[in-house]
Design a protein. Structure first.
Length: 174
């Protein structure tokens, strides 16, 4: 043990090895804590409550806060970083992956080709819809989808492919 004196006071500090061993022991205790204990420890260390119930996140955050507190308490020993800060951890591979931009919108293969005409009789009216590259034209107005067009015609929500008889409803078969 190293001894230090300050103006008549005798202060006993731990050796660097025992400080690191103590930190490792404390981090092992954090790994064994329940979610409720982790939440309480987080509040004790940070001074604020957490809204998280995610045990893995709480373990990482409490471990990091414990390590940061030990670093502040140790003025002579340079403690190694054993647990990275939570915000430095990647959230998931898909969230941190670069966004891929598609060269052009992918057209639904179940729809008729552009230039085709869809004809349907509805309540005594013959509806003629022209398929465009990006949408559908009816009565000189363009609609983004068959469903929005069917809603305009009927006033109710419809699956556009079902309304225009482009696909059959599958009922009772699983």
């Amino acid at each position: 043990m190293a001894l230090r004196t300050r103006a008549m006071d005798c202060v006993v500090t731990q050796s660097p090895e025992s400080q690191i061993a103590s930190l490792i022991r404390r981090l092992a205790e954090v790994q064994a804590m329940t979610t409720g204990e982790l939440r309480a420890e987080f509040q004790r260390l940070s001074g604020r409550p957490t809204g998280s119930w995610n045990r893995d996140w709480l373990r990482r955050k409490v471990s990091w806060l414990t390590q940061a507190r030990e670093r502040q308490a140790s003025d002579t020993v340079k403690l190694p970083t054993l647990v990275a800060e939570v915000r430095d951890q990647p959230r998931s591979p898909t969230l941190d992956a670069p966004i891929q931009v598609l060269p052009s919108p992918v057209r639904d293969p179940r729809l008729p080709k552009p230039g085709s005409v869809i004809i349907r009789d509805y309540r005594g009216l013959r509806l003629t819809v022209t398929v465009l590259d990006r949408g559908f034209e009816w009565n000189r107005q363009t609609y983004a989808s068959l469903s929005s067009l069917a809603r305009e015609i009927t006033g109710a929500h419809w699956n556009g492919r079902l309304f225009f008889n482009l696909s059959r409803r599958k009922r009772g078969s699983k």
